[in-house]
Write a new protein. Structure first.
Lengths: 374, 161
């Protein structure tokens, strides 16, 4: 218990500091975890309470992802969505997978590394677009749709990784059955759910919290991946009033996600030899590969490669979803590498997003990616 | 003037308007309730941005929609440009000794001046749309509505006696 209190206090101080400097806070939570945890001072170790709390963090992160999935919106922007999303996926996933495989990781671990390598941090990207006042850029819209595409890829990856453990056909059938039940409940019970969520007493928050953890528990009992079930539950509830659910779930997500990040850092173990060289090489590659995909998207979607610099500068940071993948399916070695990847790319990414104008200018000075005459 | 709006996941709603002269305005209603307004002048490379809180945005909205509120210390004038420049003034007054103890009906405020008393604040208690039988006390704060000329008349005929 005292471990989690200490960890949260450290995070509170870090949050105050980074908000003051308007820097992303996630990498510092992980760093703090590394400092006080297994690889550092060994003051804090994981226990039952921290396990439960980190699980809540992950569950609420994925529940939010589900709430944000609105198929109608995606269909109305199909062209940009598919073009930018597929370029982003193909380039980064292949480079990540190739690198991991060449480093000698087995197939499944390479898949986990490649996914974590591919998926940018939605939270950091959105926050930096707003904070740096870049929403008006044409590229901003493309970037936002890329994030949605990445979320969908994440769902596919989660399905793939969890189905490899069970009989695929039965597994898919069970998942489909759960999905159907969720959507049936939220369609038939829509009026009742809205009535609960519109009350101004404690009922909405109790309903949100207990239904989400009940779904996670049921999934566990049925031997199905909680992650997918919680996303599906969020997506089903999004057909009622997603904003109401977001308001109620936000405090749980915010607090437990901090615990999730810091205990992820605490679990990082350098005792098997610090894979610093691998981390450095992979992080550098992660920055370069987003550059390549950014330029390609700029070229094919916006008709000028220069637009890709903005896309690149705003999508370098990997974050919450990479860590979620590492937690769910990564070995200690893989988690440690992904921790390093997230820390470096998110710090580099926050600077590149802030100074993307100057970076573009620099490239133009070198005679690269001239703005097309318009 | 083409106007397009789009829902951006995780960010909010975007409205974009191109003016006749080729300037572009983009307005984002963010999820935290704030509004970012970008203006990109024709031929300019980078936009300038203002972030407004909801109250500031409403204020800007009333100015742009033509209902202009001019507030001085104790009065507000509203002009509705869409209604052939209808102007309404709202003024507050303190009741002095001359009017104390009289009721609205006896004073014939509306008949004599055209002004309507729409609210009275007495200590902690507020009365909206007071009836003609309502009796003033010294120190009451009243809110009167009318045209500027009518309010002037009210000041001369009723307040100063």
């Amino acid at each position: 218990m005292e471990g989690i209190v200490l960890a949260l206090l450290v995070c509170l101080i870090l949050a105050l500091l980074t908000k003051h400097l308007s820097a992303p806070v996630t990498p510092f939570y992980i760093l703090a975890g590394i400092v006080v945890g297994t690889s550092g001072l060994k003051i804090v170790a994981a226990d039952d309470i921290s396990h439960f709390s980190t699980e809540l963090g992950l569950i609420f992160l994925l529940f939010f992802l589900g709430l944000e999935l609105k198929p109608g919106r995606i269909l109305s922007n199909r062209k940009t969505f598919l073009a930018s999303g597929l370029l982003d996926l193909n380039i980064n996933f292949l480079i990540g997978f190739g690198a991991a495989f060449l480093l000698g990781f087995p197939l499944i671990e390479s898949l986990v590394i490649a996914s974590a390598f591919f998926i940018s941090s939605t939270a950091m990207t959105v926050a930096s677009l707003i904070e740096n006042r870049k929403l008006m850029m044409r590229e901003a819209e493309t970037i936002v749709w890329m994030m949605v595409f990445e979320d969908i890829v994440l769902i596919v990856v989660l399905t793939l990784l969890s189905s490899s453990l069970a009989a695929p056909a039965l597994f898919v059938g069970e998942i489909a059955a759960f999905f159907a039940v969720f959507f049936l409940i939220s369609t038939l019970g829509r009026g009742y759910i809205l009535k609960i969520m519109n009350r101004d007493d404690e009922l909405p928050v109790i309903f949100t919290f207990s239904s989400v953890i009940a779904v996670a528990f049921l999934a566990q009992q049925a031997g199905l991946p909680e992650s997918l079930m919680v996303i599906a539950f969020g997506a089903a509830l999004a057909t009622t009033d997603p904003v109401k659910f977001e308001i109620q779930a936000q405090p749980f997500k915010d607090v437990f996600l901090v615990v999730f990040f810091v205990f992820f850092g605490i679990g990082v173990d350098f005792s098997g030899g610090i894979p610093l060289l691998i981390i450095a090489a992979l992080s550098l590659l992660a920055i370069v590969s987003k550059f390549l995909s950014g330029i390609a998207i700029g070229h094919f979607v916006h008709g000028k490669s220069g637009a890709g610099i903005e896309i690149w500068a705003n999508t370098i940071g990997r974050g919450e979803f990479s860590i979620a993948l590492a937690t769910l399916y990564g070995s200690v070695m893989v988690s440690t590498i992904i921790a390093g990847l997230v820390i470096t790319t998110s710090i580099v990414g926050s600077f590149s997003a802030k100074y993307s104008d100057r970076i573009s200018q620099l490239f133009r000075k070198w005679g690269l990616f001239q703005k097309s005459p318009s | 003037m083409p106007l397009r709006s789009i829902n951006l996941p995780g960010i909010g709603t975007k409205y974009e308007l191109e003016t006749e002269k080729g300037d572009v305005l983009a307005i984002f209603f963010l999820k935290n309730g704030n509004i970012q307004m970008y203006t990109l002048p024709h031929n300019a490379a980078a936009p300038s941005v203002a972030e407004l809180n909801p109250a500031e945005a409403r204020r800007l909205g009333t100015i742009l929609s033509g209902a202009i509120m001019e507030a001085d210390k104790e009065s507000v004038e509203m002009a509705f440009s869409a209604l052939s420049d209808l102007r309404i003034s709202v003024h507050t007054y303190k009741i002095g000794r001359p009017m104390a103890g009289k009721c609205i009906g006896d004073l014939q405020i509306r008949a004599k001046t055209g002004v309507t008393i729409i609210g009275v604040s007495r200590g902690e208690q507020n009365t909206i749309n007071p009836p003609p039988e309502f009796i003033f006390e010294e120190g009451d704060a009243v809110v009167a509505i009318g045209e500027t000329d009518q309010l002037k008349r009210f000041e001369h005929e009723c307040m100063v006696q």
